[in-house]
Design a protein around this ligand. Structure first.
Ligand SMILES: [Zn+2]
Length: 410
């Protein structure tokens, strides 16, 4: 199965669009509204309108993967783009500069951002559809492996230490960090002071005091953290550690009796350790302050409804075991539109640097290969092991694991 081989969603869109009458005055506004409504209905996070030589190609990103949905006449394409610019307050007469805006509330009750970019055959438009309410709000909704969720909850029960949520960009780190914050909020019943320092604030959480840095006036993550400590917080969420100063300030905060939640760019939990060492953080500081490192990836979750269809089909029954890993989707599936996937799954590995061997490795600044071996011998299940288990349980597919992790699961 190719990841972009779908029929259901383009067909559903074409059917809906064919009900509009091009001779009506309102055709372009109606078509534009239909594009936004249909994209949202099919859970797209982004809509791309790509001007090509002969047509305007429309693609949607669903569960992180881009699908081609439709092509419009070139004549129509300029009018749809113009309409999008009108409802998001952009200058329609300027097609030669990049522009950014948001769709006015009268056209959409949830947040939609529109950006345009001049290109060879006209303006490319990218539309970001923000989920009205994020489905992954609570820790239990993330679908973390059980052992990771249990260990993470334990760490959140602590009163001090750094909890690092790591992964590449687009791996859902911020979502996990916010879910942890909500969990802490719920459990503290107002007995803990929760504060954040972010760049920028991505989601507002009632009950948490959130601040956004302003580097232009010298209020950055590192300086902000030092001032924030005088506000007597119990729990601090630091948006993302990107430099040694912020890392140092976050770890010092944890040493002085604060629970610090933060995100960090790293491909694996062990890589996070070595990157902290490279940032010249003293090994003893890491050892004393770090409670746990999570490293995660977002994968598409196999569609339950397709799985159900396969189970019900006698023909599929015969090959069920053989074809399980391929997880062929049902092209007519109304739930996933034939993609074979519905929603996301968080794969994660969790490292708690407390085994004596691992601590020794850290203190002696062992290289990442050695640290990796020590982490595994101390019982850490790696991302690949967790991925293989998720495939075996039918939660996702081997293709999807290879798409996100590369190589072969081992
Ligand atoms: Zn399906």
């Amino acid at each position: 199965m190719s990841t972009s081989n779908i029929d259901g969603i383009p067909l559903a869109f074409a059917a809906a669009a064919s009900r509009l009458d091009p001779r009506q005055d309102n055709y372009v506004p109606d078509l534009t509204a239909l594009i936004l409504a249909q994209a949202r209905q099919h859970r797209a996070s982004d809509v791309h309108l790509n001007p090509c030589e002969l047509e305007l190609q429309m693609q949607w990103r669903i569960d992180g993967v881009l699908y081609t949905i439709a092509g419009f006449d070139r004549d129509l394409s300029g009018r749809v783009t113009a309409r999008l610019k009108v409802i998001s307050g952009l200058l329609t007469y300027r097609t030669d500069i990049p522009q950014e805006g948001r769709v006015a509330r009268e056209y959409s009750s949830s947040e939609i951002r529109v950006t345009t970019f001049p290109s060879l055959y006209g303006e490319k438009v990218a539309i970001r559809l923000f989920a009205g309410n994020d489905q992954l709000q609570k820790l239990a909704q993330l679908g973390l492996p059980d052992h990771v969720e249990v260990a993470l909850r334990n760490s959140l029960d602590g009163t001090a230490g750094v909890i690092l949520v790591t992964g590449p960009s687009g791996s859902g780190k911020t979502t996990t960090a916010y879910a942890c914050l909500r969990e802490l909020l719920e459990h503290s019943n107002g007995t803990r002071c929760l504060m954040t320092l972010e760049d920028p604030i991505e989601v507002a959480i009632s009950g948490v005091i959130q601040s956004q840095v302003r580097p232009a006036v010298g209020f950055n993550l590192a300086t902000g953290l030092k001032s924030l400590m005088r506000q007597d917080p119990d729990v601090i969420l630091v948006g993302e550690i990107r430099d040694p100063e912020t890392a140092e300030a976050a770890f010092q905060a944890a040493l002085t009796g604060h629970l610090v939640l933060t995100t960090f760019h790293a491909g694996s939990a062990v890589e996070a350790l070595t990157r902290l060492l490279e940032m010249e953080l003293e090994p003893y500081l890491i050892r004393s302050a770090l409670r746990s490192v999570i490293c995660q990836r977002l994968l598409r979750r196999s569609c339950e409804s397709c799985a159900e269809n396969r189970r019900n089909s006698a023909e599929a029954e015969k090959f069920a075991d053989k074809n399980r890993a391929h997880n062929a989707p049902c092209t007519q599936c109304p739930v996933c539109g034939g993609t074979g996937y519905y929603g996301r799954l968080v794969l994660a590995e969790l490292l708690e640097p407390d085994s004596p061997d691992l601590v020794q490795g850290l203190l002696s600044r062992a290289d990442s290969r050695r640290l990796g071996a020590l982490a595994e011998s101390s019982g850490m299940k790696t991302l690949r092991q967790v991925a293989a288990e998720a495939v075996a349980r039918g939660h996702t597919t081997l293709e999807e694991v290879l798409r996100v992790l590369g190589g072969r699961p081992g």
